[in-house]
Write a protein that binds this ligand. Structure first.
Ligand code: DAH
Length: 346
């Protein structure tokens, strides 16, 4: 037995490893339950008692040496792996510069993730739309001023006198996606629709002809205004912080009844009054309301059985507050000095 022990000691001290597989081989061979050393411990039980003391010591020494060698080999393997990474000549000389996300995309993803957590799906619709989806099915009267050439970019207009549901135009709001979703799906519907919208506005620090909105829609049996309020409160607190308060002011939209506009307590001063909230303590964030029965019917949803709420918000304004951007035009100019400031935000 002494012979065997001495042979193993020699083998262990000469063992070298080049890979994690070699290291595992070492462990299996010497340290595992089925390895040589534990085999020797089994044999040790049958050793004559006068030899036990000497052999016992030797055996313990072997075991300790094996463990120490294992630790040493493991450390040196990690070390060589580290240095070989540095010496990998195929690696680029300088770290890759990762791109940055556009602040509007960051904001849109934040909004999506908040609503996804409470069961909203994401749906999209076309930017080039027709009058039917942007206005008519949303209960806009034929002579409604939003259809006016002053507000809407028309691509083709069938009659210059009146609007026609087949007129082709750039959507002026993402509410058009509501119509598409209701036409394609049966309730329950719970969805948000982020997207680009277009309005014929003079471009300035406060207004642009292209901007982004997120539309929300929830249709089911017994959906109430209280559900709308609670959903929006949840959203506001997730988005602007736990202490945020909301207030709903009566308003008017053709596609909702009743309609409201939601303000949040000012994210800068917390409601005390500052120049951002014009000393009112409140910031206007979105429009909302209960989906008008005429809209449900226009989309073939039984308005006696189902009710629903909708809301629509711009993305640029909250992003301006969050990132302290003071000019809307910065979002569209793609100036690298502006975009680079969002490098770490994913
Ligand atoms: N579409 C409206 C806008 O562009 C926003 C809006 C208001 C959407 C109320 C809604 C809503 O869904 O219920 O100003």
């Amino acid at each position: 037995m002494l012979d065997k022990i001495n042979k193993l000691i020699a083998e262990i001290s000469g063992f070298s490893v080049l890979s994690p597989d070699d290291l595992e081989l070492f462990r299996l061979k010497f340290l595992s339950k089925k390895g040589y050393i534990s085999e020797l411990f089994d044999d040790f039980r049958n050793v004559a008692s006068d030899e036990k003391k000497e052999l016992g010591q030797k055996l313990n020494q072997l075991k300790q040496q094996a463990q120490e060698r294992y630790n040493y080999l493991k450390d040196s393997l990690i070390q060589t792996q580290k240095t070989s990474r540095i010496n990998d000549i195929t690696r680029p000389a300088y770290p890759w510069n990762l791109g940055s996300r556009h602040p509007i995309s960051i904001m849109r993803n934040d909004i999506i993730s908040i609503f996804e957590r409470i069961g909203f799906t994401v749906s999209e619709g076309p930017e080039i739309e027709d009058d039917d989806h942007v206005f008519t099915k949303l209960n806009f009267a034929p002579e409604h001023p939003a259809r006016d050439m002053q507000d809407t970019f028309y691509i083709s207009r069938l009659s210059t006198e009146d609007s026609d549901p087949r007129d082709i135009l750039l959507r002026t709001h993402t509410s058009s996606v509501q119509v598409r979703v209701m036409q394609a799906q049966k309730p329950p519907i719970r969805t948000i629709s982020p997207g680009r919208v277009f309005r014929n506005e003079a471009i300035s620090a406060r207004a642009h002809c292209i901007f982004h909105q997120v539309e929300g829609l929830y249709i089911d049996e017994n959906v109430s205004f209280a559900d709308l309020r609670q959903t929006l409160l949840f959203f506001a607190r997730e988005m602007f912080g736990k202490k945020t308060e909301i207030r709903l002011r009566p308003s008017y939209f053709p596609f909702t009844e009743p309609s409201a506009e939601m303000d949040v307590s000012c994210t800068i001063c917390g409601g005390k009054g500052c120049n951002v909230c014009k000393y009112t303590g409140w910031l206007e964030v979105l429009g909302c309301g209960m989906v008008h029965p005429a809209v449900l019917e226009a989309c073939n949803i039984d308005s006696n059985k189902y009710t629903g709420f909708a809301f629509g918000m711009g993305i640029e304004r909250p992003a301006m507050l969050k990132y302290q951007v003071n000019d809307l035009r910065l979002y569209f100019e793609n100036d690298i000095r502006f975009l680079e400031q969002f490098r770490t935000a994913f």
